[in-house]
Design a protein around this ligand. Structure first.
Ligand code: 4NP
Length: 157
């Protein structure tokens, strides 16, 4: 099963989401991330994301920013968007209902009432913004990883 995490620049939120979800899934799952813009293509994650991940035992420094490709909508089984702008931009690339059905907000249907439905962009915030975003993505991925493992098991029975 293949999962893609998407934000705007693919340097702050989605690299964290990739690293966190990967750490919670067995190797039978493939997890990657991408941005809706190509401005940071080829860059490492923002150092504030690298730092908060390291503080929590995850090394995301080897990741490399890339823009989402049209082919991603066929290749990946699930595409999780950090905010509503990302969702709109990814859906605008979808060519059919099957592609659209793979795309959702990360926070959708998780029952995490204490968080906003969007993962806020921490780019212009300080370290505190990155701590908050890390916690939000972490709690979401805790639930999503269990759901994915369950649905993978069900589809292979
Ligand atoms: P991200 O954060 O979408 O979580 O990677 C941002 C990265 C770059 C910019 C904005 C948000 N930017 O304006 O360059």
């Amino acid at each position: 099963m293949k999962i893609l995490m998407v934000c705007l620049g693919n340097i702050c939120r989605s690299p964290l989401a990739e690293g966190i979800l990967k750490s919670k899934l067995p190797d039978t799952f493939e997890v990657d991330s991408a941005g809706t813009i190509d401005m940071h293509q080829g860059s490492q994650p923002d150092k504030r994301s690298v730092e908060i991940a390291l503080k929590n035992g995850l090394d995301i420094s080897e990741q490399c920013s890339r823009p989402i490709l049209l082919s991603d909508l066929d290749y990946y089984d699930k595409i999780y968007c950090m905010d509503k702008n990302n969702l709109r931009d990814v859906l605008s690339l979808a060519k059919n209902e099957q592609q659209k059905s793979k795309v959702s907000l990360l926070m959708q249907d998780l029952g995490l009432e204490n968080y906003s439905i969007e993962v806020p962009d921490p780019y212009w915030s300080g370290a505190e913004g990155f701590e908050k975003v890390f916690r939000q993505i972490y709690d979401a991925c805790e639930i999503i990883s269990k759901k994915l493992i369950k649905s993978f098991a069900e589809s292979h029975n």
